[in-house]
Design a protein around this ligand. Sequence first.
Ligand code: HEC
Length: 198
Amino acid sequence: MDIQDPSFWRAGAISTTLVMIVVLAFLSVDSMSVISVGGRNVPKYDVINHQIGYAYNWSRRADVPVIGGLEPLFGKSVTEAEATALMRTGKLVIQSRACMDCHTIFGNGAYYGPDLTKSWLDPAWSQIWMPMTGKTTREDAMVEFLMHPDKYPTWSRAMPNLNLSEDEARATVAYLKWLSAIDTNGFPANFGQSGKQP
Ligand code: HEC
């Protein structure tokens, strides 16, 4: 071995690059199996037919979603195809109204409003918004809030009315319910324990 010889360094560079390409390919495939819909951390869209809980997992030292028994959104079970169509509409609403100019999802976005990743699980729906809107279910209170956020302020900063139709609000609620069922390794930390944390 002669470290003065350029071919020694060339061989080192080439073999390191090749090994890292294999590692990168492995990590990419592994990540996809975790983060795609139906993957290890991300449930299929029809999870909105189920109750979604949130419980501290001692071995992982994080809050994780717990998918429970049937609890269809708006009282009506949907097929996988119907759920997929709802998610598509929900995503389009979130993009077209630029919700991320004020909110974060998975920590991405702006910090004017609260993070929406676990918004479905926010105790404020039953404790504050259900009585405030006069609705008897969390999803109905969410639809009412999303259609008229200016009428139901609960915080020092208010959300403006973004003119969502009822169908758009319902699809957005479906999207938020699915979102809350994603295992985010405990993000955001201490959710629902100490008020809003923008
Ligand atoms: C101009 C900034 C702004 C925009 C744009 C905005 N929001 Fe908000 N949003 C807020 C603020 C501020 C709050 C807190 C309001 C309150 O509690 O009274 C809020 C609250 C919420 C909540 C309740 C969250 C919780 O758990 O407490 C949801 C859900 C929500 N917004 C969804 C949306 C969606 C969906 C969009 C897009 C269609 C959107 N927001 C666009 C500012 C905004």
